[in-house]
Design a protein around this ligand. Structure first.
Ligand SMILES: [Mn+2]
Length: 319
């Protein structure tokens, strides 16, 4: 990995036009990592294009100057393209073609399903988050500002469920300690990320939670964020987050599932509490993820997808 990091910095030195891209429907790890790298490269006077397919959720808006995010992409050529937190190239969404228009590509990710689709791929499934891995990369060759530290902290904080998931290691905490020493305001960041929900978003959240159905001796819970619920509460899909993690809090539940109703497809989010590896089911349907957090898309209705998943998880708890 050290040789790869060296090569990444060589590429940065020789490149002028650099693109930074994350996955569609960006989350805290994706946004934090993209912004940290953006600040790092900005300090080195690079010409940077940020590509993110989808809305920035309301709770990350105060951390991002949305002016820096490209509104559209016209097959612009890049000397170097960074792809962050994407388990495969399809996760780039509408910006996937940018890969073909970049002379060199660097993939930095922590999904174990990532097969390494960059010219250089730095992938470590042991890392809690792409942010944690990116921190190791950046601090090898440069100093980390308070601003960069804050973005890395946001990435780690959100992808670890506030440092509570099994992806957290003692070295995660050691790195977070370093970030705090660099000036991260922990209370302020947590308030902005977590204690900042508009009432209509909370109402939409409650409506979704109200719709839960439990199966397989209450080990499997499923609900949907429907267009109806969003319209009724004037909420956006990107705003209603955290339901799938919330449902896992139910004592008997082993796997929680949230379906998101889009125009022509359904997005499936899966979370596991103990031994069920939800990335297996996810991979079966062309998705990616981790053992305890995975997801995929399917060209079908909410109702059909629900039936499919109830059936899919049945075998896990056959007595
Ligand atoms: Mn991640």
């Amino acid at each position: 990995m050290n040789n790869d990091i060296k090569e990444v910095f060589n590429l940065i030195n020789y490149s002028k036009k650099i693109c930074i891209a994350g996955h569609k429907a960006p989350d805290g790890d994706c946004i934090g990592s993209v912004m940290a790298l953006y600040c790092f490269l900005k300090d080195r006077n690079k010409d940077i294009t940020v590509l993110l397919d989808g809305e920035i959720p309301f709770n990350f808006k105060s951390f991002v100057d949305e002016e820096i995010i490209a509104k559209d992409y016209h097959k612009e050529e890049f000397d170097l393209m960074f792809v962050l937190d994407c388990s495969d190239s399809g996760r780039l969404g509408e910006y996937e073609p940018a890969l073909k228009h970049s002379k060199k590509t660097v993939v930095i990710d922590h999904h174990k399903t990532n097969c390494g689709f960059g010219d250089i791929s730095i992938i470590d499934p042991e890392m809690s988050s792409t942010g944690e891995l990116l921190y190791d990369v950046l601090k090898t060759y440069g100093s980390i500002s308070k601003e960069i530290a804050t973005y890395i902290y946001i990435a780690i904080l959100t992808d670890t469920g506030k440092f509570s998931y099994s992806n957290v290691s003692s070295s995660t905490h050691r790195k977070v300690a370093e970030l705090i020493d660099l000036g991260v305001d922990v209370a302020e960041v947590n308030n902005l990320v977590y204690n900042s929900k508009p009432a209509n978003v909370v109402r939409a959240f409650i409506d979704c939670v109200n719709g839960i159905e439990l199966y397989h001796d209450n080990k499997f819970v499923i609900t949907a964020i429907t267009k109806n619920i969003l319209e009724k509460n004037h909420a956006k899909m990107s705003d209603v987050d955290g339901i799938v993690e919330f449902l896992r809090e139910i004592n008997e539940v082993e796997v929680s599932c949230v379906l998101k109703e889009w125009e022509d497809h359904t997005k499936v989010s899966l979370r596991s509490k103990n031994n069920v590896d939800v990335s297996v089911v996810s991979a079966k349907y062309g998705g990616g993820g981790h053992a305890k957090a995975a997801g995929f898309e399917i060209k079908d209705t909410i109702e059909n997808t629900k039936k499919l998943l109830i059936e899919e998880f049945k075998e896990y708890w056959v007595k």
